[in-house]
Design a protein around this ligand. Structure first.
Ligand SMILES: [Fe+2]
Length: 145
């Protein structure tokens, strides 16, 4: 069973962002599964690196959309992303020096992602909605004639 159960409460209603979040969650679940199997330290380090790189890529993408949409909370949102990047690099350093077990790194990322999507990203979805520029995650209803 995956550690991070994806459900519709994580959808913010912007297709690409939702797809990125789902990919992040599946990377997290894969990493947890490998961690439980007792994967080698080198492989675990590579997986964590992949997770962090993907998060960086996703944050840039999200911030680009926010800029495009003149999102007023962008500076605050960007600060959250930056803080995460800083904290996760510290965890990663600790892991590489064998001071932090991989499970702690994964659980930090997992908690942060859960909280950030549901508390912060969701507000961007609402903003896009209010401006009528939201990109739906679900296909439009089919018209029945
Ligand atoms: Fe975000």
């Amino acid at each position: 069973m995956p550690v991070f159960e994806w459900n519709i409460n994580y959808l913010i209603g912007i297709k690409e962002v939702d797809q990125h979040h789902q990919h992040l969650v599946s990377l997290l679940n894969d990493s947890y599964a490998e961690c439980k199997k007792g994967m080698s330290a080198e492989k675990m380090t590579a997986l964590i690196e992949e997770l962090i790189d993907y998060a960086d890529y996703h944050f840039s993408y999200e911030e680009g959309l926010m800029e495009e949409a003149s999102y007023p909370d962008l500076p605050m949102h960007r600060r959250e992303h930056e803080l995460f990047a800083k904290q996760v690099r510290e965890f990663q350093k600790g892991h590489q020096e064998n001071k932090v077990p991989p499970i702690s790194v994964l659980s930090f990322i997992s908690n942060w992602v859960t909280h950030h999507i549901q508390q912060t990203d969701v507000r961007f979805g609402v903003y896009m909605d209010s401006r009528n520029i939201r990109r739906s995650s679900t296909p439009p209803p089919t018209s029945k004639s």
